[in-house]
Design a protein around this ligand. Structure first.
Ligand SMILES: NC(=O)c1ccc[n+]([C@@H]2O[C@H](COP(=O)([O-])OP(=O)(O)OC[C@H]3O[C@@H](n4cnc5c(N)ncnc54)[C@H](OP(=O)(O)O)[C@@H]3O)[C@@H](O)[C@H]2O)c1
Length: 360
């Protein structure tokens, strides 16, 4: 059995706020507390915007985040690494296996993490053959959000050769995986990606049949510029939270049974994209969400609340990766020591694909 050091490195968050609050330091290496746990030596992780939003204390009092994150507070959802220890009740994995996965709220900005495969929020599978740890760690969380947007909340079948899908934010972490899954995984008949004109070629390369550049064709103009699209879309998947896709585009483009799925909360102020939750904004936001929910076709992905198909989705995604149908685009790579820079890069909001973090 390989030796596991008593102390190992992790990026610890001491206080909520700026990226500079993240400190890479020595922590006690976690030890198995249950027989259904395994310890994974992490080789790579990646950045998801929800992680820096948590670092800022997104929408909740710090006390709540502290309880959710435990001590020391270590952020990070994604991991790719090697199994270092297994409990007696672990089935299907053994020491030395190379695995990838995602666990919201579990702290993968670290050399070691405890993984409980039977937990409903934990997604873990063998790392697909021929895929590096850096590449593998880019996919699990964003990939599960993309997959759930299409299949679980978007209600598409695998495959869906007749489907017509519009993906908003098609160049981002979730969006570029959703476009690939829609086209190459589900085999959809028509995948339209919405992105800025500078990313149009990238989104076409991900498999979009057509691209709408939002800086040239705003949401309100999509229907008039494509009259043949009226009432013909099975799914609009908004990964940004731009109000007009629900208020203006969905009523015109969606087929009678078409679904609208969003990864980001609707904005609480006009003209802003989603997820700017302030305490004052909570009651009107809840009212808005209830009204939308009652339409029967509006779905907000509750990724932090255990709403991802962790057990059923990641094996499908891993197979698509192994078949070369889905791969994450590495926008930039950082070392764990540069985690604050990686957060700042993500906060810029212009990431094309995903940001990778190597954990030596
Ligand atoms: N509900 C959940 O469980 C859940 C899970 C995962 C993610 N999320 C949220 O979903 C959002 C997307 O996540 P992500 O990882 O995909 O983020 P990301 O990678 O940081 O998204 C960046 C991309 O968004 C594009 N973009 C920005 N404004 C846009 C607009 N108005 N229209 C179209 N594209 C636009 C940017 O392209 P340009 O530079 O070309 O504009 C960039 O490529 C985040 O807010 C995240 O917090 C929620």
């Amino acid at each position: 059995m390989d030796s596991v050091p008593q102390m190992s490195r992790a990026a610890v968050l001491n206080e909520f706020g700026e990226a500079s609050r993240l400190h890479v330091t020595e922590v006690l290496t976690p030890v198995l507390k249950r027989e259904d746990e395994m310890l994974v030596r992490i080789h790579a992780t990646s950045i998801n915007p929800l992680e820096w939003k948590m670092r800022q204390g997104m929408g909740l009092p710090p006390l709540v985040w502290r309880r959710l994150l435990g001590q020391p507070m270590i952020l990070g959802f994604d991991f790719s690494g090697t199994v270092a220890r297994v409990g007696r009740d672990i089935q299907g994995f053994q020491v030395g296996d190379e695995v990838m996965g995602a666990m919201p709220l579990h702290g993968t900005y670290a050399q070691y993490v405890l993984v409980r495969p039977s937990d409903g929020r934990t997604a873990v599978v063998r790392k697909p053959k021929g895929i590096s740890h850096e590449q593998a760690a880019l996919v699990p969380f964003a990939g599960l959000v993309a997959y759930s947007g299409l299949v679980k909340y978007g209600r598409l079948q695998t495959p869906s050769p007749q489907a017509r899908i519009l993906v908003v934010g098609a160049s981002g972490g979730v969006g570029h995986l959703a476009v690939q899954m829609a086209r190459r995984g589900l085999g959809a008949a028509c995948v339209v990606g919405v992105c800025s004109s500078r990313n149009a070629d990238f989104v076409r390369g991900c498999g979009a049949h057509e691209v709408i550049s939002y800086d040239r064709t705003p949401p309100e103009a999509i229907v008039s510029s494509h009259p043949d699209w009226a009432g013909r879309f099975d799914l609009i998947f908004d990964t940004i939270g731009v109000e007009a896709y629900w208020t203006e585009v969905a009523p015109k483009l969606l087929a009678p049974n078409g679904q609208f799925v969003t990864a980001a909360l609707p904005p609480s102020r006009p003209g802003r994209p989603g997820e700017d939750v302030s305490p004052l904004g909570v009651p009107p936001l809840l009212l808005k969400l209830v009204r939308r929910h009652r339409s029967g076709r509006y779905h907000l992905i509750p990724g932090l609340l255990g709403g991802l198909p962790s057990h059923s989705g990641l094996p499908v995604i891993a197979r698509w990766m192994e078949e070369g149908k889905v791969s994450a685009h590495p926008a930039a790579a950082f070392d764990l020591e540069q985690i604050a820079e990686a957060h700042q890069a993500s906060e810029g909001g212009r990431t094309v694909g995903k940001l990778s973090v190597r954990v030596a």
